[in-house]
Design a protein around this ligand. Structure first.
Ligand SMILES: [Zn+2]
Length: 521
């Protein structure tokens, strides 16, 4: 990023990020003398979905009034009529009540009911303001679950037990939802949630129930559907089958659980090395550890240092934005030092592009590459016209609970057009805002990313910089680094940075660096 002494004042006001209240701040920041930048800018958060609140109504269950309008003309039939009415009443209650209870419990609006009856939230299915009525029914739970039986007659304790312990223990708490079936039936959710069972219950409660796909999987599925066979970018289906592998090596499940991603990782990291059979070689001869296919796949994994990013969240921040915001914000939590919120960054005469454009172009390529390798990616912006200060950007990473925060920038130095090469910024050892662990992680990330990019592009490696005044690093709660991909003040490097193919090289290189970071290499 570059600061050419503009004093444009732009205000931005807080904005809201889907569900979360991330305040975006705003604006430019100033780097005096250094060519770094934290830049800034727009972004669009396609973040996670946060718990959406259930708008269940409290519809009372229940009972239909019997109209007891009787005309008592015929005194003689009076008794019989009474008798008949009470019989009907009993019958009606017997039919209606359980039905409305079921509605309350499962939240199912039964199919095509014409009445606009919204799912009913039974009061007994609400805990700390959160409605669990689609996955929990008090009567069902306290009669079907042997431990929960002790809470019969104590609805508040029953729901508390379910939320605190029952979910983790995969308890089925209503007729319409069985978390085991749900997890087995939904491969995409498994990829996101792993064995965090609570997330499956909440997913169904909050969004899943709306879609036929998920409703179909809410009960009745007893074996894992479509267990994963792809590790990062490498497809291993030719030599690996989840069911075969766990039946042949049952200790794997006792070690890593029945999570398909974890089991596949075990095959890749331990199995291949030890020549374990991942699929029946009697039926599939390429699955034999002595086959060419087996050797080829094994080599591919080792050679590329491949890694599967399933379950890992990377937040990418494409530096800067179309319009800077030169008002100030504190460089770290509780700091009295203020810096520009976000600048618009450098301009490259040879690429003909602005830094914020190049940053976003590379960031999108990096995002796609990481997703292809199994990672979950959150972008701070996907457009140029945004108002995001460096604090805002860090807060997006925090809200996403990202494992690492990678900030993409290009460099610029006005003193010389000769300087070129790649380097990264991270927090210094004595950074007052961050834990030792986060600082160490950031520096390690900086080294791996710089080296991996240089290996992919052939660029010169420059010394990394460790600083304590980088707002977006100081506010982030996870290891963070700023990648300065190259110098836009250098004719050759700038021209390259603007090119699609070169950008792809950079993105692939950075993805390799991220793989290595998580692989522990
Ligand atoms: Zn920059």
């Amino acid at each position: 990023m570059m600061m050419q002494g503009k004093h444009i004042r732009e205000r931005t006001s807080g904005k809201e990020h889907r569900g979360r209240n991330i305040r975006e701040g705003t604006s430019g920041k100033e780097h005096q003398g250094r060519n770094i930048g934290e830049g800034t800018s727009g972004k669009e958060h396609q973040g996670k979905i946060s718990g959406e609140e259930h708008q269940g109504k409290n519809i009372r269950e229940g009972t239909s009034g019997m109209n007891m309008k009787t005309e008592r003309k015929e005194r003689t039939y009076m008794k019989q009529i009474r008798h008949l009415l009470s019989f009907i009443c009993v019958l009606t209650c017997a039919l209606l009540l359980p039905h409305s209870l079921t509605l309350a419990a499962t939240g199912k609006t039964d199919g095509g009911n014409g009445t606009a009856q919204e799912p009913v939230a039974a009061a007994t299915a609400v805990y700390k303001g959160v409605d669990y009525s689609r996955v929990y029914d008090y009567d069902f739970y306290t009669t079907h679950n042997s431990v929960a039986k002790r809470y019969a007659g104590k609805p508040e304790k029953a729901i508390a037990y379910f939320v605190k312990y029952g979910m983790d223990k995969q308890h089925q708490a209503c007729a319409g939802f069985d978390v085991v079936s749900y997890r087995f039936g939904c491969p995409k959710l498994r990829k996101q949630f792993g064995t965090d069972y609570k997330k499956y219950y909440l997913h169904y409660q909050q969004t899943g129930y709306k879609k036929a796909y998920y409703r179909k999987r809410a009960t009745g599925i007893t074996s894992m559907q479509e267990p994963v066979t792809r590790y990062g970018k490498i497809e291993l289906g030719a030599i690996y089958d989840y069911f075969y592998y766990i039946s042949k090596y049952p200790f794997v499940v006792s070690k890593v659980g029945d999570d398909d991603t974890a089991v596949l990782r075990n095959f890749v990291e331990k199995g291949l090395e030890r020549g374990r059979t991942g699929k029946d070689p009697g039926k599939y001869k390429e699955a034999d550890p002595s086959s060419k296919t087996y050797a080829k796949l094994k080599k591919e994994i080792t050679k590329t240092n491949a890694y599967d990013g399933t379950g890992i969240v990377v937040c990418i921040d494409p530096g800067h934005q179309k319009q800077g915001d030169y008002s100030k914000e504190p460089v770290g939590p509780g700091s009295g030092i203020y810096k520009t919120k976000v600048t618009s960054g450098a301009y490259g005469r040879w690429s003909g592009k602005n830094e914020y454009e190049i940053n976003l172009e590379v960031s999108k390529k990096l995002r796609d590459e990481l997703i292809a390798r199994g990672y979950t990616v959150v972008m701070t912006r996907t457009k140029h016209k945004v108002k995001l200060s460096n604090i805002d950007r860090a807060k997006i990473a925090n809200a996403a609970n990202a494992d690492i925060f990678v900030r993409i920038h290009a460099n610029h130095i006005s003193e010389s057009s000769q300087v070129h090469g790649v380097l990264c910024y991270a927090a210094a050892k004595n950074n007052p805002y961050l834990s030792k662990k986060v600082i160490k992680g950031g520096q390690r990330l900086a080294t791996l990313l710089r080296d991996a990019q240089a290996a992919a592009t052939g660029q010169r490696k420059l010394d990394n910089m460790y600083e304590n005044d980088m707002t977006g690093i100081n506010w982030a709660k996870m290891p963070t680094c700023i990648v300065e991909m190259g110098f836009m003040s250098n004719p050759t490097e700038d021209a390259r940075l603007g090119r699609d193919r070169y950008q792809t090289k950079i993105a692939n290189g950075l993805a390799n660096g991220i793989d290595r970071y998580f692989k522990g290499a």
